[in-house]
Write a protein that binds this ligand. Structure first.
Ligand code: SAM
Length: 242
């Protein structure tokens, strides 16, 4: 997968060199480039913002550098990337969207700052590539960079060959509409708290049932909305919730 990120704070994306994302880059699974938006400015102050039309507080990112950046990174003759614009007004980012993005060949992120990017940049881009405004949640950040880190971390771990054990993806929270059951490791007893006996029994059938039951109970307690979305449950699942 190819990923381009445009930001006025490229250093903010430094963690993308670390850990499993860094390794995915080193192995070529992920071809990632971070670009400074100011590369596409032409004045001595390398200006990227101006006052908002209609008045009001704050500054808005000017369209010209963004237009040139998108022209350079998504040239008309090449297959268009999917443009992702972090925004508190965007569609909520979910694991389902992470799967959708993991299937794309080329993602291009445009990180807003200040009051955001002039709307015409998105409107013009939409005439030649798919554009998705994406929100991390119902709160406001300083800029889109943290959203890019979150989105790329969740997308990269879905790419084939990135996780040592791809089975983790099948059993984790949100994989099948549930939260994962609690997990334990050694020692079997710690500060008066014991690992549930069944996990040490070696009985894989009962362990799988216990994990499913715990996942159902935990989800019902913390996220009843997710349980409601599961639809019809079999009798074993219904019993776990009684
Ligand atoms: N004036 C904008 C509004 O009210 O919708 C908020 C701008 S915010 C201060 C600056 C930038 O931070 C946004 O352009 C966006 O890139 C990013 N941002 C802020 N909150 C976000 C969120 N919840 N999810 C994703 N990106 C966010």
């Amino acid at each position: 997968m190819r990923v381009d990120v445009v930001s006025i704070f490229p250093e903010y994306l430094a963690p993308l060199d670390l850990s499993l994302i860094g390794r995915a880059r080193a192995r070529g699974v992920l071809q990632l480039a971070v670009h400074d938006l100011r590369t596409w400015t032409h004045d001595v102050h390398r200006t990227v913002d101006d006052t908002p039309y209609g008045g009001g507080p704050g500054m808005v990112m000017r369209p010209e550098p963004w237009g040139e950046a998108l022209d350079a990174l998504a040239p008309a003759q090449a297959p268009p990337p999917r443009l992702l614009v972090p925004s508190p007004a965007g569609a909520r980012f979910t694991q389902a969207m992470a799967h959708e993005l993991a299937a794309e060949e080329h993602l291009l992120f445009a990180c807003g700052r200040y009051e955001g990017i002039d709307q015409r940049v998105l409107d013009h881009a939409a005439t030649r590539m798919p554009v998705t405004e994406v929100s991390l949640g119902d709160y406001v950040l300083f800029g889109g960079e943290v959203a890019v880190l979150v989105i790329l971390e969740s997308v990269t771990r879905l790419l084939p060959g990135v996780l040592g054990n791809a089975g983790s993806l099948d059993e984790e929270s949100h994989a099948h509409g549930l939260l994962e059951a609690p997990v334990y490791t050694k020692p079997p007893s710690w500060r008066g708290h014991d690992v549930p006996e069944i996990l040490r029994s070696g009985d894989h059938g009962r362990i799988a049932r216990w994990r499913r039951d715990e996942a159902l109970r935990r989800t019902a307690e913390r996220r009843p909305d997710m349980v409601a979305a599961l639809g019809d449950l079999d009798r074993w699942d219904r019993a776990a919730l009684e």
